[in-house]
Design a protein around this ligand. Structure first.
Ligand SMILES: NC(=O)c1ccc[n+]([C@@H]2O[C@H](COP(=O)([O-])OP(=O)(O)OC[C@H]3O[C@@H](n4cnc5c(N)ncnc54)[C@H](O)[C@@H]3O)[C@@H](O)[C@H]2O)c1
Length: 257
């Protein structure tokens, strides 16, 4: 049995992943705003500090894996929280847990990004400089002052920078023996997606975002790929972003490669 720390395990993709990993015999230490071993708010620096301290206290026997699912969608009322949870809620946790992961058994990390991470280029991402510099207040201010498209910028900008943050760590983490990958889900039936569909600003475009497979994904279809990436079966997969989107990225931009 190995110990896997997970954020965002209360609902959606995280809850489905928790189920699969537990069925495979792993012990989960979950972090969420509710229904988890560690209750913490990842939208604030204090909440993240508390989450890290509480997890380390619970993981005295070590840590073998980390799955970072916590995230907020573009319809979120306080847009700064999208940036804080999606970017800092993932990067600060993974960096804080690296020393424990290095000591783990066949350690692996999966970070949940999004197909939206490819909706803008990193060198044109208006949030990237502030996020990379750790300037949370500045990044929050950019999205809160962005007007109509603030939600899309907060979501795709934070996920784009998150995927790049993982790619930038691939060299050092590989040398440290810790595999690190992202997945990029397309539209998946979860509370986050339902909230987006009900939002008058984003509902129509999300509803139109139908992939070639002709349906949205079930959370279990993300969980099975995450479980694979966490397993020794993926022993040479490192620094990759696995797109799980029913073919929509290939269909929308086939030559952007
Ligand atoms: N559903 C989709 O279509 C879709 C597509 C691409 C990427 N994603 C990503 O998948 C991940 C999981 O999302 P989901 O769709 O399962 O949605 P969800 O809302 O069901 O799950 C998000 C989880 O994050 C937790 N969370 C939210 N704010 C938090 C905070 N401040 N502190 C601690 N925990 C917090 C929630 O309680 C919940 O358990 C997210 O990172 C999301 O961006 C989802």
């Amino acid at each position: 049995m190995s110990i896997i720390v997970m954020s965002g395990c209360a609902t959606g993709i995280g809850a489905a992943t928790r189920k699969v990993l537990e069925a495979a015999g792993h012990q989960i230490v979950g972090i969420d705003i509710r229904d988890a071993e560690v209750i913490a708010d990842l939208s604030t620096a204090e909440g993240r500090k508390q989450a890290i301290a509480d997890v380390l206290a619970k993981c005295s026997k070590g840590m073998d894996g980390l799955v970072l699912c916590a995230g907020l969608g573009p319809q979120t009322k306080v847009l700064g929280n999208v940036v804080s949870v999606n970017y800092f809620g993932a990067t600060e946790l993974m960096d804080a847990f690296l020393p424990e992961l290095k000591q783990g058994h066949q350690p692996a990390v999966v970070v949940i990004s999004s197909v939206a991470s490819a909706h803008l280029a990193f060198d044109k991402n208006p949030l990237a400089p502030a996020l990379e510099a750790g300037e949370e207040a500045k990044a929050r201010a950019i999205v809160e002052q962005a007007g109509e498209q603030g939600g899309n910028l907060a979501y795709s900008g934070s996920k784009n920078a998150l995927t790049v943050a993982v790619r930038k760590r691939a060299a050092a983490w590989g040398e440290a023996g810790v595999r690190l990958n992202t997945i990029a889900p397309g539209a998946t039936d979860t509370p986050l997606l339902q909230a987006g569909l009900q939002d008058p600003r984003y509902g129509e475009s999300i509803a139109k975002f139908v992939p070639p497979m002709g349906r949205r994904a079930e959370p279990s279809e993300m969980a099975s790929v995450i479980a694979f990436l966490m397993s020794p079966a993926a022993s040479y997969v490192h620094g990759a972003q696995i797109v799980i989107d029913g073919g929509i990225d290939a269909a929308m931009r086939p030559t952007q490669f």
